[in-house]
Design a protein around this ligand. Structure first.
Ligand code: HC1
Ligand code: SF4
Length: 573
């Protein structure tokens, strides 16, 4: 252990602790911008590039960065000396001198850490006026807008993309004043190897990385003659409340439905219904592969960031993901076929809007192989944050709304579909159904706790009909890479693997309310998801009466001919 003094107070901490961490123990807050420690997923951005956290250390001529300087025995530190505070303010003013000051109209207004720090440090003027960068804005992709002029070179996105996701889409380019964080050869995002997972957006402290905004397009459709139907993903119902001051994990499903009806959507449906459908197809596909010696392991295919990752990086393995479309795409397909027929509309008269916790879904919706002839199955994707803006813009008092129910027939769902939103949930939901399909027996205990939680890779075995089925779950693309490499080396013996691009699964998606590095928020959302499952009368996808009905009325057999035509897809090397 190491003993030291901070601001005159003594503290004892383990060797290797940084000054920043030691100060936290004394409830002394040292401001940071570049630093981010998401220890639950072993992500630390310690680039020490912003220099905001400088402190005075007795005996050292220069100020030291608290985030990257380890404590030593007998250290005497002042975080609050005039010299340290003045230096911090100067660093901030220099950052602001080359920052577009369009906070009022910036997508990160109220969520920007640079803006908050300026307020916290009482900055009222920027004393330095000088040259400003004038980089082009990259809005080439369907998911992400990159504005290098707002980048403060903190490198959080670079660490997230390279170290956590192992995609290596972003890195520092150029020198000095002209430095930008960009793609290889500074290519537009849509020409790069970016998977559009959006995790760089989730950790960007400013408005340098944001989602492509579709709000005005959706308003236009709502106010047109078209029938505009909306579907909501499992993970948004435990996070949307945060935008209205509620605790993370609060279940706002009923209020969300009310709000969507007040916004003017003609019908409000649930992606969870389609998640149940996905389970019917995926569980049957697994059984088919087991019975007919098909290629194993089967990989879940509902996460578009993950699908893009495997398409880019493991082209020899494109025959192992399940061929199931993602639930919101299945929903879009059924909305423009089954529902259109039922409602007596032409497919082109129906507009499908998906509200998702994800920015990759925006890109996924435009994939041509997921379309229906000339029309897209899903026309627009909004993130949880965009929906919150629409609700605020309309003056809806969200917190005090009465609960309302989803419309039917595509609005009823089981608890199995809700847990899709948390890492491990898709495979847990599939097991609930596969077990009963394969054994013909009732699965009494539907909760598979070994598949839950924030561990990067989770494993479990389930014995079904005397056969041991080995399952793995991973979240975060770096974990996906290591498991796929294990399969390539022939060292893995799994039958089924769930893979989600975002740490935590969809609850931690790039379109969710910003967590600002507080991982307890993800855990609370996860808890909210499991609570919602526990509160459902039906907790197995195949027991959802609306699912039974749609197979009887329209689709026929799970994994049958019509199911293939409507609900399955292919992957593109
Ligand atoms: Fe997800 Fe899915 S769970 S991918 O994470 O399979 O986005 O919430 O909607 O489609 O159901 C996201 C969440 C979501 C799909 C489902
Ligand atoms: Fe990297 Fe994901 Fe951001 Fe693309 S969206 S740059 S893959 S972190």
């Amino acid at each position: 252990m190491v003993n030291l003094k901070i601001n005159g107070r003594e503290v004892e901490v383990p060797e290797g602790t940084t000054i920043l961490e030691a100060a936290k123990k004394l409830n002394i807050k040292i401001p940071t911008l570049c630093h981010l420690d998401l220890h639950d997923i072993k992500f630390v951005n310690q680039s020490s590039s912003c220099r905001i956290c400088v402190v005075e250390v007795e005996g050292k001529k220069n100020l030291q960065t608290a985030c990257s300087t380890a404590v030593s025995e007998g250290m005497n530190i002042r975080t609050d000396s005039r010299r340290a505070v003045k230096a911090r303010r100067t660093v901030l003013e220099l950052l602001l001198s080359n920052h577009p000051k369009d906070c009022l109209v910036c997508a990160k207004n109220h969520d920007c850490e640079l803006q908050k720090l300026s307020a916290d440090l009482g900055i009222r003027e920027v004393r330095y006026e000088g040259e400003m960068n004038d980089f082009p804005i990259d809005n080439s992709s369907l998911s992400i807008v990159r504005d290098p002029n707002k980048c403060i070179l903190c490198k959080r996105c670079e660490t997230m993309c390279n170290n956590v996701q192992t995609v290596h889409a972003l890195s520092e380019i150029g020198r000095g004043f002209d430095t930008v964080i960009g793609t290889a050869f500074n290519l537009p995002m849509h020409e790069s190897n970016c998977t559009f997972c959006g995790q760089c957006i989730a950790v960007c402290p400013t408005g340098a990385l944001t989602e492509v905004n579709k709000i005005s397009k959706v308003w236009k459709e709502i106010n047109s003659d078209k029938v505009v139907v909306v579907q909501t993903a499992p993970a948004i119902r435990v996070a949307l409340g945060e935008e209205f001051g509620m605790e993370p994990g609060t279940q706002v499903t009923g209020k969300m439905v009310s709000a969507l009806k007040l916004l003017g959507f003609d019908k409000v449906y649930d992606t969870d219904f389609a998640a149940d459908l996905t389970i019917m197809e995926e569980a049957t596909e697994l059984m088919h592969r087991l019975k007919h010696g098909g290629r194993l392991p089967i990989l879940t295919s509902c996460c578009p960031g993950w699908v893009k990752f495997i398409e880019h990086n493991f082209q020899d393995m494109l025959d192992i993901p399940s061929t199931c479309k993602s639930p919101h795409e299945m929903f879009g397909t059924l909305a423009k076929t089954y529902l259109a027929e039922k409602m007596g509309h032409k497919p082109e008269d129906i507009i499908v809007v998906s509200v998702m916790p994800c920015v990759a879904k925006k890109y996924e919706a435009a994939r041509p192989e997921l379309g229906l002839g000339g029309t897209k199955a899903v026309d627009y994707v909004l993130t949880t944050r965009e929906l919150a803006i629409m609700i605020k813009e309309s003056g809806i008092d969200f917190a005090n709304l009465q609960d309302e129910e989803f419309d039917n027939p595509l609005g009823e769902s089981s608890g199995a579909s809700v847990i899709f939103g948390a890492t491990g949930g898709v495979i847990e939901a599939a097991l609930r159904t596969a077990y009963e399909f394969m054994t013909g027996e009732t699965l009494e205990d539907v909760e598979f706790h070994s598949l839950r939680g924030m561990d990067g890779i989770k494993e479990a075995s389930v014995t079904i009909n005397g056969e041991k089925i080995n399952i793995a779950v991973c979240h975060g693309l770096g974990n996906a890479r290591s498991i796929l490499e294990k399969i390539q080396r022939g060292e893995a013996n799994y039958h089924a693997i769930e893979i989600m691009a975002c740490p935590g699964g969809c609850i931690g998606g790039g379109g969710q309310p910003y967590h600002h590095g507080d991982m307890s928020i993800l855990k609370k959302r996860m808890q909210g998801i499991y609570n919602e499952d526990r509160g459902k009368a039906i907790r197995k996808s195949h027991e959802n009466p609306m699912i039974k009905k749609i197979y009887e009325e329209y689709i026929g057999e799970p994994y049958g001919e019509k199911a293939h035509e409507l609900l399955h897809t292919r992957y593109i090397p």
